[in-house]
Design a binder for this molecule. Structure first.
Ligand code: VGL
Ligand code: ZN
Length: 198
């Protein structure tokens, strides 16, 4: 089997001092760099939002970060402004060996739709192109790591499993946001989708 390492959103805004800091987000980078040697392909994802993105609480009146709103495609959690295109916060953490990437896939650039998953936007239908890239390279096995375990890693892993990839999430090389039980439901959702948790 040809294997790819998929590194989700190891960006400054998800690391300590970032706009949407995930606790311990920078602790996983050394281990992720080491794993890059074990895969035939390395894909990095980058959360990449225009200013005023619809997933930002600041884009709505009377809303605060972590409120839920109803979007045409379903529930959407609102976030602090983060990963704005071209900003320092959107850059990969400097310790990440980003020069090792075969492909960088950016997501969340559509102002009206958020995109947690590396495969589909949150409408669950608009593809990012990653499936085609991996399948045309003959890649069937994915190892996923990164930030945040309960949001972008979770959505990416479940979509990948539904698309027929053999998916393993290395949870020790992930960190979670863990809001209102989001970590627990992500773990059970990944298990039901036949994602391997290692
Ligand atoms: C993420 C919330 C908003 C993530 C991205 O990378 O998990 N979470 N945008
Ligand atoms: Zn985002």
């Amino acid at each position: 089997m040809t294997k790819a390492l998929i590194v989700i959103d190891v960006q400054n805004d998800f690391c300590p001092h970032g706009a949407l800091a995930v606790s311990g987000g920078d602790e996983i980078i050394e281990g992720i760099n080491a794993l890059m040697n074990d895969a035939e392909a390395v894909v990095l994802t980058q959360d990449w939002h225009p200013a005023g993105h619809s997933s930002f609480a600041s884009s709505h009146t009377d809303k605060a970060p972590y409120d839920l709103i109803d979007m045409p495609y379903g529930d959407q959690m609102l976030w602090p402004d983060h990963c704005i295109i071209g900003s320092t916060g959107a850059r990969f953490h400097t310790d990440l060996h980003r020069d090792r990437a075969d492909l960088v896939i950016r997501k969340g650039y559509n102002p009206q739709i958020d995109s947690y998953s590396a495969f589909f936007e949150n409408d669950q239908t608009t593809p990012t192109g990653l499936e085609g890239y991996l399948k045309s390279r003959g890649i069937s096995e994915l190892v996923m790591v990164g930030l945040a375990l309960d949001f972008c890693v979770n959505f990416s892993a479940v979509d990948a499993a539904k698309l027929g990839f053999d998916v393993t999430v290395k949870t020790d090389l992930c960190r979670a946001i863990d809001l209102n039980g989001s970590l627990e439901s992500a773990m059970s959702g990944m298990q039901s989708a036949k994602v391997k948790l290692a």
